[in-house]
Design a protein around this ligand. Structure first.
Ligand code: GLV
Ligand code: MN
Ligand code: MN
Length: 405
């Protein structure tokens, strides 16, 4: 029986629908090197094997599946794909849509009798969200040398488990971690398809857009010290309450973002010792800040740092990605191929941005998200838009893999 593309999409989608899904919130918790991540990786390798793709892992354990041999091609191959991990209580589409669409684009090209002149690769980047160890795009940062193996392996999750320990427990060898120029040399260009994570496409009457860049963004840790004591007996004037400094940090982030027209968010806080009846002895807040305008972002951070330092806190950078412009010629080529699809940048981070900054020509395809909701179980894209995304990706891959550039 020949399945329609819609049926195959549904089949692939439903095969992963329950992996790492919390039945009460409906959100996904697919954190790197956990059992659910392992199940996603196994699903990916099974689908690649079913298509006769040759699966390899690079020095970080990112999975690359090739149609054709990128090592025997003088120009390398054309890669697509995304990631299969999630944020805490994330949606179904952020990441998996790009991987599922990549597999379906290959199916589509094959059923059209297409013979690639250059190899086509599908990648599943590990730990894109940084949900467990705090650094986003760890998979692409390590292979491009932006994140050192020593620093990566020493990162700890909320339970104190290091990345090295987590990798070992998942059967991965942390010793092999490091920059991987060989894996990168196989990629002459990279196209990441992703659900749109805002409302940019809603009013533009198009199911897909071409991504031309990523805002500057990063993460900072703000540590506020305090002194534990009894909540019922310590006079207000005698307290050093870390929760107060932490609350000030949250408000400082909002005020600075408003002042400079940027975005700044505190979405994660850890207060110790964490007793309802104990004054906080320390508070850690994680700040996420982003802007299309890098100097405005730097000014935002300077204002927040000045505020939090006044309450005795220390602010330390955990990751930074500069303003990223995708390859201009590639972006124009995609827009032409996709009938003048809108071209837009995004405030969301992606492995495509890390690769672009490492010199790999990259661009993205966004699929319309009717509510713009993302990093929440409410994230959604209409099935017909997802299929339009597959068609767009197949068109682009056929063009890039069908001709010498
Ligand atoms: C990734 O989704 C990010 O931008 O945080
Ligand atoms: Mn995300
Ligand atoms: Mn993503």
């Amino acid at each position: 029986m020949v399945m329609t593309q819609a049926a195959t999409f549904e089949q692939l989608w439903s095969a992963i629908a329950d992996i790492g899904r919390d039945p009460t919130t409906g959100g996904y918790r697919r954190f790197a090197w956990t059992a659910s991540d392992e199940s996603m990786r196994e699903w990916f390798s099974g689908e690649c094997a079913a298509r006769g793709l040759h699966l390899t892992e690079d020095r970080m354990g990112n999975q690359w599946a090739w149609w054709g041999d990128p090592d025997s091609s003088a120009t390398g191959g054309v890669a697509t794909g995304s990631h299969l991990d999630s944020v805490p209580d994330g949606g179904a589409f952020d990441g998996p849509l790009g991987v599922v669409s990549a597999l379906l684009a290959i199916d589509r090209l094959r059923s059209a009798g297409f013979t690639p002149q250059r190899p086509i690769g599908v990648v599943n980047f590990v730990d894109e969200e940084g949900a467990r160890f705090g650094v986003s795009c760890a998979g692409s940062r390590v292979i491009t040398g932006v994140l050192s193996p020593d620093r990566a392996l020493a990162l700890r999750d909320a339970d104190g488990v290091t990345m090295a320990e987590a990798m070992r427990a998942a059967g991965q060898d942390p010793e092999r971690l490091g920059p991987d120029p060989e894996a990168l040399a196989r990629v002459s260009s990279f196209i990441e398809l992703h659900i749109e994570q805002g409302r940019g496409l809603v009013d533009r009457g198009s199911a897909v857009a071409v991504g031309n860049g990523i805002w500057a963004h990063g993460r900072w840790r703000i540590e506020t010290p305090g002194e534990a004591n009894h909540a019922g007996t310590t006079r207000l004037t005698d307290r050093r309450d870390a929760a107060i400094g932490c609350a000030q940090a949250v408000l400082a982030a909002r005020a600075a973002a408003e002042a400079y027209g940027t975005l700044a968010t505190v979405g994660k806080i850890n207060i110790k010792p964490g007793g309802v009846n104990a004054i906080a002895s320390s508070a850690t807040a994680w700040l996420d800040a982003r802007a299309a305008d890098e100097p405005a972002l730097r000014a935002t951070l300077a204002q927040i740092e000045a505020e939090v330092t006044r309450s005795g806190a220390i602010m330390a950078e955990e990751s930074w990605t500069p303003l990223t412009a995708f390859d201009d010629a590639l972006v124009r080529r995609l827009a032409d191929l996709l009938d003048g699809a809108p071209v837009m940048s995004t405030g969301a981070g992606h492995d495509a941005g890390i690769l672009a900054n490492a010199g790999v020509p990259a661009a993205m395809i966004f699929v319309r998200n009717p509510t713009g909701a993302s990093h929440t179980p409410a994230e959604w894209a209409a099935p017909e838009d997802c299929l339009a995304g597959v068609e767009a990706l197949a068109t682009v891959m056929a063009d890039l893999a069908g001709a010498e550039k």
